[in-house]
Ligand binder design. Sequence first.
Ligand code: PLP
Length: 454
Amino acid sequence: MPTFPAAPIPGQDRTAQWVRADRDRLIHPNLPSGRTDRTVIVEGRGCHVRDSRGRRYLDAAAVLGMMQVGHGREEIVSAATAQLGTLECFHLWESMSNDKAIELAVRLTDLAPAGLDRAFFTSGGAEGNEIALRMARFFHYRRQQPERTWILSRRTAYHGIAYGAGSVSGLPVYHEGFGPQLPHVHHLTAPDPYQNSAYDGEDVTEFCLRELRETIERIGPDRIAAMIGEPVMSVGGAVVPPPDYWPRVAELLRSHGILLIFDEVVTAYGRTGHWFAAEHFGVRPDLLVTAKGITSGYVPHGAVLVTEEVAAAVTGSTGFPIGFTYTGHPTACAVALANLDIIEREKLLDNATTTGGHLADRLATLTDLPVVGDVRQIGLMLGIELVADKESRAQLPTGTAPVAQALREDAGIILRGNPRSLLINPPLVMDRATADELADGLHTVLARVEPDGR
Ligand code: PLP
């Protein structure tokens, strides 16, 4: 793995200028206006990034859960450069096509769970979920069941913030103040084995299945198009459902002709130790949405993989009528192909399993601390649930943001959290020594956190 060049030469540090311009000119997602500090990242290598002042950080979030092959991979730069010099951009509308989009469609449908034989390309996760929601409704419309318009989702789900994807996302913050949401959406309880007080003492899967059955009956099975879910909730806290949850949900939906959409925007391409988390649960959805790790984030891209049955219905005799400008962008597809080559050649799925297991072993004793309620792991996807009180499992009054800030400032570890959990999704190239660097930093900083969140 290449190393960093030297830090900026004193006197040539432009940080103050950049921070001023950032505050004056940029709008950031989710940044309170009173907060004036900025960390300006200028370079990345492997699992680490460097800021404008020369400080090195461990990127334990793989940017936003997507940097599978690590920062600074020359092979990807070469693939992008070669493609930019040959055919930088073309589209897939009507009968136009391009070689890289075709090659990527073949590669992905060969890798995907059996039966997901067709690919539709997007530029990101929310776009993928928009397409999946539209395809689900259009599938039934084309099959003479236009009244099947309802979409089932789960509370605490995150599917992106386009209007459809945002509407099926499950937290009020995605909806409040943004006017009417997509109609005919119903949110169910998500399975969360740690926060099990939500299930009235019932088994988590039994509770969720009963609620799903009752909901299908109430809305009417012949009015429901699809259910969408992340196989493992990511933003919701790396919440791994009980093993029988997805197989039983899939069986119930299938018995009513309701499509299952897996949002694998975070979990696909090795994150859980499989190409797709669907394999872990032994479930084949009808539509599977991917993005992020498809290119390791080097350029924006995404793919929705669907069954022949879905493809046949939505294309029909007149074709699937919608697409994006960048659907099948050849440079993004070339980057994806080079990225998949690295994931395969370097056996990053195996590394996610072994390094993830090692990290989980190193972090298991965190639950001895008064503020750590739960440590969960699947592959290189981990969540650390912080609690003010172990009995009630209540979240820290401050949420996890101050802890994430302390990790960055005091231990040089970059990661994000939701109000309850710290989320750890490192690059899949992480080795044991880097996993130990991460575990040591987490132990040191979390040992100092008080139950009031300070
Ligand atoms: N779905 C899941 C599970 C995600 O975690 C995200 C983003 O984090 C999205 C969809 C949205 O993806 P994008 O931000 O590329 O639109």
